[in-house]
Design a protein around this ligand. Sequence first.
Ligand code: NSS
Length: 431
Amino acid sequence: MFQKIQKVLNESFEGKTVKIRGWIYRKRDSGAISFIVIRDSTNIIQATVKKNEVDEKTWKNITEAYIETHVEVEGIVKKDERAPTGFELKVSKLKITSKSEPFPIAKDNSEEFLLDIRHLWLRSREQNAIMKIKSNIFKSIRNTFYKEGFVEVTPPIIVSSATEGGSTLFELDYFGKKAYLSQSSQLYLESLIFNLDKVFAITPSFRAEKSRTMRHLAEYWHVEPEAAYYDLDDMVDLAEKMLQNICKDVIKENSPELVALGRNPDYLKITATEKADRITYDEAIKLLQNKDVKINWGDDLGTEEERVLTQERKKPVFVMNYPKEIKAFYMKENPKNPKTVLGADCLAPEGYGEIIGGSQREDNYEKLIERIKTTGGKPEDYAWYLDLRKYGSVPHSGFGLGVERVVRWVCKLEHIRDTIPYPRTINRSYP
Ligand code: NSS
C-alpha cells in the first residue's frame, strides 16, 4: 500500500519501511548517492538512493531521470534535520513508472513564459497551497449559507441584459440574436426570493475588463446571496459573518498551506474574531482628504483610494451609502439622504481593497424605471425584472463576493492571477 507523504512525515514512521509514489521535484547527484525530493498532493520528502544499494539498471535510470519523472519508491524512514521536511527515505527499491522529458520550468522564467505553460506551472507547491485554501474557502462559504438557511440555486450564465453596465459585457451570437455572458446572477436571484426567501448561487461571472490590473479578471467566481426581508444592515451582518467564518476555517484547516506560502496565519485572527469596521462614504471622503488624497464628494473610490483607506487596517471595513450617481441602477435610494443609496462595499485590510459589493434593492417600480433610464439602460430590456416589482414585492438585499479577491487577500498575493488555475485576462485565453 502506498502512503501519502504527509502521513510519513511523522515520528511514528521513524525506522519503518514505507512505499510512496509521486513526482521527482528536485534532484542532486553526488558521486555514489542521488538525492531526490519527491512530491505528491500532500507534501515533499527527500529520498536518498545509494549506488551500492540498488541494482545497476535502477541506478542508471535514476541518474538519468529528469524532474517530473513519476516514481514508486520503497525505503526506510529516518529523521534528518537537514532534509527539507525533516525526514528522509533511505531507498531500497525504486521504479520509474513514467519518464519525463526535460522540464521547461527553471528558476528565472519570465511571467509571460510561466503563463504560457500554466498547465505545468500548476504543479508548483505554491499553487498546491493556494488551490487547497481556495477549496476550503468555498466550503466555508457554503457552510455559512446552510447555517443561515439559504437555498443554493442555479441561475443562467447566458443572459439577455446587463446587471453592472454595458461597458464590461461580453457579447455573443446566440443563434443569430445578441446575448451576453453573465456579469452577476443578482437579477435572477431576486426573482427566486419570492418563492424561497433566501437563495445563493456560486457561478462564474464575466467582465470584459479592458485594463490590466492586479485585481481584475475577465472570468471570476462570484458568490451571491439574495434575501427577502433583509435590509442593508442585515446584508452587511451576513457578509461580516461570512468573512469571519472564512478566516476561522482557514486558520483551522490551512495553517500548513499559509506557512508554505511564507505567511503567519495570525494576521487572520482579528478578522476572525472582531466585528468589522463600518464607515459611511462621507466619512471615507473625509479620511482620504485628511491624507491629502485629491478627491471630492461624488467621486468613485478607485484602487488607489481603497488602498489608502485600508492599508493601515487589520480587519475589513464596510463603506456604506455611496452617492447614487456612481452606483448601479438597482440600489435602493436612501430615504434619509436621496443623493445616496443603501449600498455597501467591503474593503479588505492592508491595502487589498474591495472584495464584496452589495445593497438593498430598489423595490419601488417607478423609481426603478427612472434609474434604469438615467443610467443609460432601456426599461424594455428589463421588462421581466420590472415585473418582480408588480406582484407582491418585498424589501430585499444581497451582495456579490469575488472569490479570487478574497483568496488574494487571505493568501496575501500580489496578483489576482495566482488565485485561479487558468486566469482569463485581456491578452490571454490560452491555455
Ligand atoms: O460589480 S460588483 O461590485 N457587484 C455586483 O456584481 C452585484 N450585482 C453583486 C450582487 O449584489 N449580487 O461585483 C461584486 C464583487 C466585487 O466586490 C469583487 O469582489 C468581484 O465581484 N469582482 C471581480 N473580481 C475579479 N475580477 C473582476 N473583474 C471583478 N469584478 C467584480
